[in-house]
Design a protein around this ligand. Structure first.
Ligand code: ADP
Ligand code: MG
Length: 321
């Protein structure tokens, strides 16, 4: 359904106090390939700043890519005008980390959920109240709360409103950008379960973005691991968690508390050292080499190209393939 090919997003940015880098380009997404099948959930993980949100926004054309293709059912969205994009904008919806910032404080939550139906002409005016009540029930909110305003809701309830609003457009794909990262842990599980139920009921596909491998583990069929604007490993959930191949994936998994891997590693700890480098000045060769415990001379010089492996896996690492 969704096929992303060699996608690039570049921001022009001047750095404070550094005149010579004014206008230097920052490659937030740097040649990404990724597919999502109908009804599939693909997890996208990586540290903060690696380009996950930018990739999600570029898929929806909320930021226009500087290169590559985003094909939705065979149509390259990057070549479409804003007017031509309208029907696709309905079919792909985004669920944000902080639904509060995406909800208009002056609209009741019922009005917020009704808006996409009106904008896209999906219901007659007289049908809208019943449809809003149906969506509220679907996301586990009492339809009686539709007349309230966003500030009257807790974070978890607001995220339910955000999900109902996304569903109001009758999408096929939801891009969920850290949808539970700002919620209490107990609430996180409820929202993850809700998203899972909705996927089964409505046959939705998800691109599920999170910096937290433990969260995407629950939902995902396949997982893509991102580092500095690139996908370094893609594998089915079981393969990725049981046999991670990329050293970056291994270090991310080691860092999840309470897992077998983390336990085994406590005696020989090999933690993820340092910070993710700035995409303004990415390291040469494999961009992960300065933090990689297994880096060789080749890794410092030559950028690895993604290689297919058995079982539909992909990896971009000189140690494999
Ligand atoms: N609108 C923007 N203008 C300039 N730089 C941006 C913009 N949005 C994101 N970036 C930069 O792009 C990189 C990737 O950001 P982002 O996609 O938000 O990462 P993530 O979601 O993985 O934390 C970061 O270095 C960030 O500072
Ligand atoms: Mg983000």
């Amino acid at each position: 359904m969704l096929k992303v090919t060699d996608l690039r997003v570049t921001f022009r940015r001047s750095v404070k106090g550094q005149f010579w880098s004014a206008g230097k380009s920052l490659r937030a997404v740097d040649g990404v390939n990724l597919e999502v099948a109908a009804g599939e959930t693909v997890g996208l993980v990586g540290e903060s700043g690696c380009g996950k949100s930018t990739l999600g926004r570029a898929v929806l054309q909320l930021v226009r890519p500087s290169g590559g293709r985003v094909e939705f059912e065979g149509v390259d969205l990057c070549t479409l005008s804003e007017a031509q994009l309208r029907p696709y904008r309905r079919r792909m919806q985004m669920v944000f980390q902080d639904p509060f910032s995406s909800l208009n404080p002056r609209l009741t939550v019922g009005q917020a959920v009704a808006e996409p139906m009106r904008v896209h002409g999906l219901a007659q005016p007289h049908e809208i109240p019943a449809r809003v009540a149906e969506l509220f029930a679907m996301v586990g909110l009492s339809p009686n709360t539709a007349n309230r305003f966003p500030h009257e809701f807790s974070g978890g309830q607001r995220q339910r409103v955000g999900i109902a609003r996304a569903l109001a457009a009758q999408p096929q794909l939801l891009v969920c950008d850290e949808p539970v990262s700002s919620l209490d842990v107990s609430i996180q599980a409820q929202i993850v379960n809700l998203l899972e139920d909705l996927r089964a009921r409505l046959g939705l596909a998800y691109l599920f973005v999170s910096h937290d491998l433990a969260v995407v583990r629950h939902l995902s069929d396949r997982i893509a691991v991102m580092y500095l604007g690139r996908i370094v490993e893609v594998a089915g959930k079981q393969d990725l968690y049981e046999r991670p191949l990329h050293p970056y994936t291994q270090l991310l998994l080691d860092a999840i508390p309470g897992t077998d891997r983390a336990y085994e590693k406590t005696r020989a700890p090999q933690i993820l050292q340092g910070e993710i480098p700035s995409p303004l000045n990415p390291p040469g060769g494999c961009t992960f080499h300065p933090r990689c415990p297994q880096a060789t001379a080749r890794c410092r010089q030559e950028a690895p190209v993604p290689q297919p492996l058995a079982g539909g896996r992909w990896i971009a690492c000189h140690l494999h393939g």
